[in-house]
Write a protein that binds this ligand. Sequence first.
Ligand code: SF4
Length: 474
Amino acid sequence: MWIKTLREDDKLKEACGIFGIYSNQEIEDIGHIIYHGLYALQHRGQESAGIAVSDGNRVNSYKGMGLVPEVFAPEVIELFIGRIGLGHVRYSTTGSSLLANAQPLVVKTAAGTVAIAHNGNLVNADLLRAELEEQGSIFQTSIDSEVIANLIARSGEKDFVQAVAKSVARLRGSFALGIMTENKLIGIRDPHGFRPLCLGKLDGAYVLASESCALDTVDAEFIRDIEPGEMVIIDENGVRSYFYTEPQPKALCIFEFIYFARPDSVIDGMSVQLVRNAYGKRLALEHPVEADLVIPVPDSGTSAAIGYAEQSKIPFGEGLVKNRYVGRTFIQPTQKKRETSVKIKLNPIRKTLAGKRVVLVDDSIVRGTTSKRIIQMIRDAGAKEVHLRISSPIVNNPCYFGIDISSPEELIGATHSVEEIRREIGCDSLGYLSMEGMGLCMGVPPEQFCKGCFDGCYPLDVSHLDHKKKSIFE
Ligand code: SF4
C-alpha cells in the first residue's frame, strides 16, 4: 500500500493561486479573510498553502504542506493580526513538493521584509539565477519567487516600487505576482497576461485575487482585472497603476477557460461558465450524434455538457456522481485494483444509464487513462453506447508557462490519431472541439490567447527549454 495524491489523475495541474488584502486600518479577522480567499482558490493548488500578514511594522508568516484547512488550524488563523496580508496556494510536481518551496516567500532586504507570491512560470529563471549566483546570491529554494526577490534586492534602486518595476521588467514567462512589504501590497501581471489577477474592494480594504470567485467568497466587490504589463501599488496613498513595459501581444492561457478556473469566475471580462457553455454548444454542432442522454464528467465537463444538451436537444442528465468529500490523498488499494481510484471519486447511476446511448462530455484528455476507466464504468452500468465529446482541441504539446505538461510523450494526443485514441479508451465515437470552434466561442479575437499546448505556437521563445524536464516550475 502506498499513499497517492488524489489529484494525480488525468488532468493538467494549475500551479498556484494568490490572494492579498490591504487596509490602512487593522483588519479584524484578517487571517480568516485570507483563509477563505485561499479556500476559494484551492483548485489552483493543493500541495501547499501559506499566509503572510503585516501590522504595518512587522511581517508574520505561516506555511505548510497540504490543503488550506489542513495547513491552517483555527488557532493559527487567529494569531494573524494586521492590516496587510498575502496568501498563496501551490501545486507542484513531486520533486519540488517541499515546504521550503511553499509560498509566500518571505525575505529580508535592505528595503525591509518582502513577501512574494507567484502564479506562473518564468522561462528565463535559470539564466537570471545563474547571473545572480555569479553576483553572490545564495538560493535556498528552487522557486522563481526567490529569483524575483534577489532581483529586487540587487536592483540598485532606492525606491522599492522602482526596484520592483526594474526587476519584473527582466522577467520572461508567465507571472501574476503578489508582493507585500510591511506597508504596501503590489499586484503585477506579466506583459502577456498569461495568468489572471483581479482587484476588488472589501469595506475600506483592497483585495487582490487570482480569480474573481475568491472576491465573491469574502464578499468583496470586483473592481477590475489587472491589465497585462500592469503593476498596481496599494499603500497609504490608495491605488496607483503603473505600466512597467511596452504593450505586448496578449496571451491569456486559454486553458483557464477550459479547465483551470472555477466556472463562477470572470476573467478579463469573460465568464468562465458561459465560455464553457459555448464550447459545449459548438461541440454539438461539430460532432453531432444520435443519443438518448448527455452526461458530464463532473465537475469539469458540466458546463460544456449543458451547452451540448441545449444545442443538440438531447436531454441532459447526471450519470456519474462525484464523491465531494475525498481528501487530497488516499491509500491506493492494490496494484490489481487500480481502477478503484476512479471509483473512489465517481460512481455511475445505473438506473440513468442502463440501455442508453450516452454522450459523455469532458473538458480534455491528457493521458487517456482516466477516460478509459470512466467509459468502462459507464458500459458496466449498462449503457448501450458511449460517445465521448471533448470541449477542447487535442492537447499535444507541453506547456512552459506554469502548467504541468511535462513532455509530449505523456500526451496521448501527441502520439495517437483520434481513431487510435478512440480505440484505446474504448468509446463508440470521439469528437474534439476544433481550434477554430474554440476561438469562435471566446467573444474576442482568438489571437489574444495562448493556445500553445494545442498548436505548439508559443507567445514567447521557448527553444532553450527542455520539455522533458520533469517539472518546469522547479
Ligand atoms: S501552453 Fe496551454 S496550458 Fe500553457 S499557458 Fe498556453 S494555453 Fe495555457
